[in-house]
Design a binder for this molecule. Sequence first.
Ligand code: UT7
Length: 330
Amino acid sequence: MSKTTAAITAVGGYVPKFVLTNNMLEDMVETNDEWIVSRTGIKERRVLKPEEGEGTSYLAIKAAEDLIQKKNIDPKEIDLVIIATATPDSMVASTAAFVASEIGAVNAFAYDLLAACSSFLFGMSTAASYIESGRYKKVLLIGADKMSSIIDYTDRTTCIIFGDGAGAALFEPNEEGLGLQDEYLRADGSGRQYLGMDAGGSLMPATEETVKNRKHFIYQDGRTVFKFAVSNMADVAEKIMERNNLEHTDVSWLVPHQANKRIIDATANRMGLDNDKVLMNIERYGNTTSATLPLLLADFEGRLKKGDNLVFAAFGGGFTWGSIYLKWAY
Ligand code: UT7
């Protein structure tokens, strides 16, 4: 009997309506379009405004509804909803539980998974493991982040990079050997000083001081994070290729976290891939943290073919990073 694998059988995506362009940022901080494009590849990003909706759950619900409607599934059949995020609606109460109820996944259990920019990648491993174990048949993994809720729009080192968005992927059993093939996932806690948000957690609860000192916004030592991201993302992608005897000609698509076009180019370069095999939408959305990978799948769904070899790679705060090899199933 062939082993049951876990395949992605549907995807969906959503970005909020408001477009924040580089030119608009020029009026907000000391920066310019030429610098942003040449250093990051980003031209514009989306921001969720209160007049459209509130909270990461709003984005997650929209992405899930897109998937449900395209795949025409009954949400009551979903067994589990995982929200991969760095910006849950609030502390304590599960954002995923709210999203599951709102989309009609009334028979599902639900929880959030936090691993910064690697949240969706690690969530793929989690979702696939439930399916491979045979315990559940439909796992909905949603990567969603309202990064604008933790961005200081007076800090040019972060406000130019991040955007809001969400993407969803449905994992189901596959008997043809398609879906997740291998994974190499890593973490190194010595990196937490370089990228994060100081206050609001148990280590530094909110006080008047923390608010005054702008400690509830994300900070990063861009140069250090860049160095770690470039070498680590390329290392793990190369390792996944080696372990699975994949030549560059065997790889159909690189699906890389969209943090900086220069990091993506370096990873593709190490893998020996031409640009036309690299999925990229960073110019339109910036870095949407947990949403970058599923938004790529949603945007490029029409170009993916059954049997295609996809190599995912991500790097994020913590540090957390890794690579996944997946065969496209439809
Ligand atoms: O998704 C999670 C993981 N995050 C990442 O992977 C992000 C990794 N880091 C990066 O993508 C890049 O480091 C940045 C895009 C954040 C910054 O690019 P960089 O090439 O590393 O620039 P830098 O920080 O080394 O700064 C170079 C110069 C500095 O000026 P001086 O000191 O050389 O005079 C900065 O002050 O550019 C200046 N600068 C800016 N200039 C115009 C920094 N930010 C800006 C800006 N506009 N927005």
